[in-house]
Write a protein that binds this ligand. Structure first.
Ligand code: RI2
Length: 311
């Protein structure tokens, strides 16, 4: 496969969700940009720059909601040198650094978040978040006797991936349908979910249905935590931008044959929803457990203004 086909292949896998999860798509994009930059044959820095910009745009346009993706692309694609070989080297180093830091962040989130879990806790989680799973498996690894209620997460049923991951670690796990969340909440000590984006006001954008868990947790006075690497905070929201909510194909919700029998039926498939900051007790990040009101500081101190308007 040539360099461009490889890049397009990664973009296609992110769009189709063969590669999914806010952290994984970010890392896949960094790897794709690194490999593209490595083998790019150009005659001038101008040409190099055009190719990198196009590649960055192709990757960013695959999925609109997870801010981890544009953040990873911006952190990887930037360079200062006007020499092609040096610029290439900068991009390769940026990618390596991002991938390493993303791995370290997951471990750090596990350590920090694991302390919030007590022996005997029942935890509810939604979708399939590696950051949330890092918290849960770290707590279990510390010898805490915990169990997990995993939601199915329609329409793509990522709850099955979560259940498998937890069972592989030996953690007792119960799968429920999404509509059983409120019924089961009275048994739960803490809800832990991942994040596709955190806005400057501390609002959480995550898999559709997350805000229902938050609402039920709020009603039951149950802790609601989200685990989010710093690169999942959105610098653009400081500049007043909204986070776009991805609407995916209705084929994920209803099969074509059934839909053909109901020609007047309107079907929607929003992939994410927004949980307001007042329903979130803590955001577990790689630089500490912070209340939602600290989102501005995380963006300013750990991402910086300059990454907001690069792509
Ligand atoms: P990690 C996923 O999105 C879920 O919404 C999950 O909570 C979030 O990414 C974060 O996942 P999707 O790709 O980065 O399934 O913690 O739509 O693995």
């Amino acid at each position: 496969m040539d360099q461009l086909s490889q890049l397009q292949d990664t973009a296609e896998k992110i769009t189709s969700m063969e590669i999914r999860g806010a952290g994984r798509i970010a890392k896949a994009a960094a790897v794709a940009l690194r490999d593209y930059a490595k083998s790019l044959e150009v005659g001038s820095i101008g040409e190099f720059s055009r190719h990198i910009e196009n590649a960055a745009k192709l990757l960013v346009d695959t999925r609109p909601t997870a801010v981890s993706l544009p953040n990873a692309v911006r952190l990887t694609a930037r360079y200062t040198s006007a020499d092609v070989e040096e610029a290439r080297e900068e991009i390769i180093n940026n990618a390596e650094q991002f991938i390493k830091q993303a791995g370290d962040a997951l471990q750090k989130i596990g350590e920090i978040g694991g302390r919030r879990i007590r022996d005997g806790d029942v935890i509810m989680t939604h979708c399939n978040s590696h950051a949330a799973l890092s918290v849960i498996t770290t707590a279990f690894g510390q010898g805490k006797d915990i169990s997990v209620i995993a939601t199915e997460t329609r329409p793509r049923r990522q709850g099955l991936l979560t259940s498998k991951h937890l069972l592989d670690h030996g953690i007792p796990t119960t799968l429920i349908v999404d509509s059983a969340v409120r019924y089961c909440m009275k048994e739960v000590d803490s809800v832990i979910v991942g994040a596709d984006a955190i806005a400057v006001n501390g609002a959480l954008v995550n898999k559709i249905g997350t805000s229902q868990l938050a609402l039920a947790a709020h009603e039951a006075r149950t802790n609601f935590l989200t685990a989010a690497e710093t690169y999942k905070f959105s610098p653009d929201t400081i500049l007043g931008e909204f986070i776009e909510i991805e609407e995916r194909s209705v084929d994920e919700v209803i099969d074509k044959e059934t839909l053909a029998g109901l020609p007047e039926l309107n079907v929607r498939n929003p992939a994410f929803d927004i949980t307001p900051p007042e329903y979130i007790d803590l955001i577990i990040t790689d630089v500490g457990a912070v209340p939602p009101g600290m989102a501005y500081s995380i963006i300013k101190d750990h991402l910086g203004w300059e990454i907001g308007d690069m792509v």
